[in-house]
Design a binder for this molecule. Structure first.
Ligand SMILES: Cc1ncc(COP(=O)(O)O)c(C=O)c1O
Length: 391
């Protein structure tokens, strides 16, 4: 090993000792069941909440787009990469979400980076929920704006931070509507009021709300009729829409600004047509199946009930994401392994993805699960929790 690399070996050893080393698990097949080393696992770690990634209509949407446009879009959007399918999808998702305009990005991560760095810079102020996703934190750091973190889901703390910061510079408030690791829900109406009173723009990341909440799965912003107050509603296409990529819905003015200013949009190859075709077919499915999201939420409610009855803590989860908080990193990893041994995939989530001392198993309930799956996983988790002394 070259001497210059020795620090990496030492750092990895420290992580291993703290129960924090990570490694991807390889699957022969995604979806539920997932197949790992020839074993079928009921998959509670997929964000394919509606099971659309493997839906024949979504796959057909991808194939049609591939045939029509080819495998790649061949250039960045402002050079020669904007295809009719990009324009059509952006209009379609804007209508779906109740906004004037939409804009596609290569991923949700890249969307957050592009949007936030385009809207806030040196001398400006960014207000971000303490438990916001890493992509939002990274975007805030990259923007060079002053970063103010408000207590999780606490509009009063947001208000006091906004009051304390002087009049100079632009202000952007950013939150998620459904939090990715806690499955709890932001008090969007209060956040809107506070942001409006202080002339701040508001961006909401709807990565985990899209497809599940609101009319036909249009998300919580539209569900509460807050499109006027929420300047930007960001979504990913890689979760309930079963594809890959990110997008934002906003006014035409903001879209035009992002087209000119969002570096991850400008300096990156346009999203591949197959991805757009798949996501577009997923939107068509949502439009004619308005109850898809609520049936997943009902299953999640059942799982929470079973966990609570057994004495497990699921925090403030009120969505399809149900964490079981076990605190200790090693214990979380051992429980993940015990569940795998019983045919269940529920990956342990540890710092830095969640705050230190709050390691958990994150269960995401999807349309692929049956009532029997829910009862089975609740039992298996309780057995593992008892073995580990969690209950
Ligand atoms: C809240 C939130 N925002 C953004 C992202 C990033 O989206 P993507 O996976 O499409 O990069 C994720 C998850 O990955 C997320 O959970």
């Amino acid at each position: 090993m070259p001497r210059a690399e020795s620090w990496i070996v030492e750092e990895l050893a420290k992580r291993r000792e703290a129960g924090l080393e990570r490694a991807p698990i390889v699957f022969q097949c995604a979806g539920s069941p997932a197949v790992h080393n020839g074993r079928r696992l009921i998959n509670f770690s997929s964000n394919d909440y509606l099971g659309l990634a493997g839906d024949p209509r979504v796959i057909e949407g991808a194939i049609l787009a591939l045939r029509e446009y080819g495998a790649g879009s061949t250039a960045s959007r402002l050079v020669a990469g904007t295809l009719a399918c990009h324009r059509d999808f952006e209009r379609k998702i804007a209508t779906f979400k109740g906004y004037e305009a939409g804009l596609l990005f290569g991923s949700g991560y890249s969307a957050n980076l592009g949007i936030m760095t385009a809207l806030a810079g040196r001398g400006d102020h960014l207000f971000l929920d303490r438990l916001a996703h890493a992509s939002l934190v990274d975007a805030a750091v990259l923007s060079r704006a002053s970063l103010h973190r408000f207590h999780h889901n606490d509009p009063e703390d947001l208000e006091s931070l906004l009051k304390r910061c002087g009049p100079a510079g632009r202000r952007l408030v950013v939150t998620e509507s459904v939090f990715s690791m806690d499955g709890d829900i932001a008090p969007l109406e209060s956040i809107c009021r506070v942001a409006a009173e202080r002339d701040a723009m508001l961006m909401v990341d709807e990565a985990h709300a899209t497809g599940i909440f609101g009319p036909c799965g249009a998300g919580l912003v539209k569900g509460h009729g807050l499109q006027e107050q929420v300047n930007l509603s960001m979504s990913t296409l890689g979760k309930a829409l079963g594809s890959y990529g990110g997008c934002v819905c906003c006014s035409e003015n903001i879209r035009q600004w992002l087209v000119n200013q969002a570096r991850s949009f400008i300096y990156s190859t346009a999203v591949s047509p197959a991805i757009v075709g798949a996501a577009s077919a997923a939107l068509d499915i949502l439009a004619v199946n308005p109850a898809l999201g609520s049936s997943v939420l009902a299953l999640a409610e059942r799982l929470r009930g079973l966990f609570h009855a057994g004495g497990l803590h699921t925090g403030n989860s009120a969505s399809q994401i149900v964490p079981v908080i076990v605190r200790d990193n090693h214990r979380a990893v051992r429980m993940q392994q015990q569940l795998m041994d019983e045919g269940v995939l529920a990956v342990a989530i540890r710092p830095p993805t969640v705050p230190a001392g709050t390691a958990r198993l994150r269960f995401s309930v999807t349309a692929s699960h049956s009532d029997e799956d829910i009862a089975y996983v609740a039992d298996a988790c309780l057995r593992a929790a008892r073995r580990e002394g969690v209950v």
